[in-house]
Design a protein around this ligand. Sequence first.
Ligand code: PMP
Length: 406
Amino acid sequence: MGLEADAALRERASAVMPRGMYGHQSVNRLPAGMPQFLARAEGAYVWDHDGNRYLDLMCGYGPQLFGYAHPEIDSAYVEQLRAIDTATGPSGVMVDLAETFVDMVGHADWAMFCKNGSDATSMALMAARSHTGRRKVLLATGAYHGSSPWNTPVPTGTVADDRAHFVHYVYNDVASLDAAVAEAGDDLAGIFASPFKHDAAIDQELPDPAYARRARELCDEHDAILVVDDVRAGFRMTRDCSWSELGVEPDLSCWGKAIANGHPISCLLGNDRTKRAAGRIYVTGSFWFSAAPMAASLVTLRLVRETDYLETIVRLGTELREGLTAIAEEAGVRISQTGPPQLPLIMFDQADGSRDTVLGDAFATAMLAQGVYVHPWHNMFISAAMTNADIDHALDAARTALRTHT
Ligand code: PMP
C-alpha cells in the first residue's frame, strides 16, 4: 500500500502548521517512506492513514512500555476520567501515586508531577538552584534534556543569556567532570547526568561506574545537587532509578515517557535533602494535576513491580541484537549496535569506520516498506507487548533489507 492519504494530510498540514510539523516526531529530517501521521495503535503495532501496519520499534519514542491500548491501564484511565480528571483540585490519587513512587524508587522521599520530560528537567534545574543559591549547572555535551529555552538543541529563538550558566563536560570522562566543577567554582549548583549516553546519531555508551561515583562525590564535596535524567530510560534499565544499579543515588531524578504507558504525565523525584528547596520553587500547569494519567500510572507501576516485563524486553532486545549481528555478517555489512539491547541504536559504518548514513536511511526505508518502523539515528525501544514472532518478523525484514541494499 502507498502513502497517498499521508501525503494528502501532509499537504494540508503544511498550510496550517509551520513547516507542516515540528519537533522530534516531524519526519522532515527522516528518510523516505516514513508516514507522518498514524491512525491507530494496538499492542506492538501502529497503522498509518493508508492502512499500512508497522511493528513499532519506536514505542512512541519511549512511552509504550506495555504496548498500545493496554486494557488494564486504559480501563483505569477511563474509570478515573469518568470520576474526575482535570478539575479545580487534584484527586487523592495524586497522593497514592507519590507514595508509590517513594516506595519504588530508592533515593526518592517526595514526588512532584508535571506533564512532559522538559517540565521535570526544568524543575530539577530550579530545585538545584533553589537548594544551593548558586547558578552553575554541569551538562554533558550533546546530552538531550528537553526543549525549553535553556536546553533545546536548536537555539533559534533563544538568547545566549538563557544558557549563561551551564558548563559542559564529556560524558563518562572523570577528568572533564573535575575540570567543569573547577570552572564552576563556588557557584556550582548541580550536575545533570543521563543514565547512559543516549545522544542522537552517535554510538550509545553505558555509564562508567567511576564517572557516576565521581559525580556523586563532587556533589557531596561541594554541597551541590546530582540530577539523573531518567525521562527516556526510566524503568527500562531497572525497577528503580537507573543509576541504582551502580550504587549511586542522585538527589533528584526526572521521569516521564513510560511511567503511565503513554498517558501524559511526568515527574520529579527527590530526596529529603532537596525537599525544602523544591517546596520553594513555583511551578505548575493547568493539566499537571489531572487525575486520569495518575490512575494509569498507578497501574503501570504495579505492572512494573509485578510482571517480568523487564526481563522480557531485555531478552527480546538481545534476540534482535544477536539476530542483526548475524544477518549483517552474512551480508558483509558493518553494523553498529550500542546501548542496552532494550533501547537499541542501530547504525551502519563504512570500511574506513565513518558512519554510513546512506545505508542507514536505505535500511530504514526498506524496513518500513516491510512493515517495521525503525529510526535511522535515534535509539529505539522494546516493549513488553512484543513477542518472539515480532522479533523474527523484524529480523526477516532486516535480512531482505540488507540483501537488497548492499
Ligand atoms: N530528557 C530526556 C533524556 C529525553 O529523552 C527527553 C525526551 N526525548 C526529555 C528529557 C524531554 O522530554 P519531553 O519530550 O517529554 O519534554
